[in-house]
Design a protein. Structure first.
Length: 161
């Protein structure tokens, strides 16, 4: 049996990475961004653009604008960061679902990895725990997912030639 395995490599060297980050719940998103930038630095990124948006709702339109750039300026991967606190109404669930679906659609249509670093906790305490306290930093994890996905996609494309 012939088995070929493709595994992602963690490197940002020579890659254009965009980080789209929400200002809403800034106490949390500031920490997510800090973790993401530290992780990008750790993996050798030298071409990083941070796009600040009002809230997570605006992430898909910002990502689309980045993807519409000419090939030499288009990011190789996008990291989406935000925090949607659940609350007592269905609004937050609808918002997170709509944003996730829109980003997934952009990712699939463009072939550019867009990682999900959007927290959807029930409480502010849970959000803080996931932005650098008890449960690590989901901004770091989103960068790792973006880089690994980018590597896998590039390897698959190279094997198709």
């Amino acid at each position: 049996m012939n088995v070929k395995t493709i595994s992602g490599r963690m490197s940002a060297e020579g890659k254009r990475i965009a980080v789209v980050v929400s200002r809403w719940n800034e106490l949390v998103t500031k920490q997510l961004l800090e973790g993401a930038l530290d992780e990008l630095d750790r993996f050798g990124a030298t071409d990083v653009e941070v796009v600040r948006i009002p809230g997570t709702w605006e992430a898909p339109v910002a990502a689309k604008a980045l993807l519409d750039r000419p090939a030499g300026r288009r990011p190789h991967a996008i990291v989406a960061l935000g925090c949607i606190l659940q609350g007592e109404t269905p609004h937050a669930r609808l918002l997170s679902s709509d944003v996730a679906n829109a980003l997934m659609g952009l990712q699939v249509a463009s072939g550019v990895p867009i990682s999900w670093g959007v927290l959807t906790p029930d409480t502010a305490e849970q959000a803080l725990d996931r932005s650098g306290m008890k449960h690590g930093n989901k901004g770091r994890e989103a960068v790792q997912a973006a880089l690994e996905s980018l590597s896998v996609v590039e390897q698959i494309r190279a094997s198709n030639r």
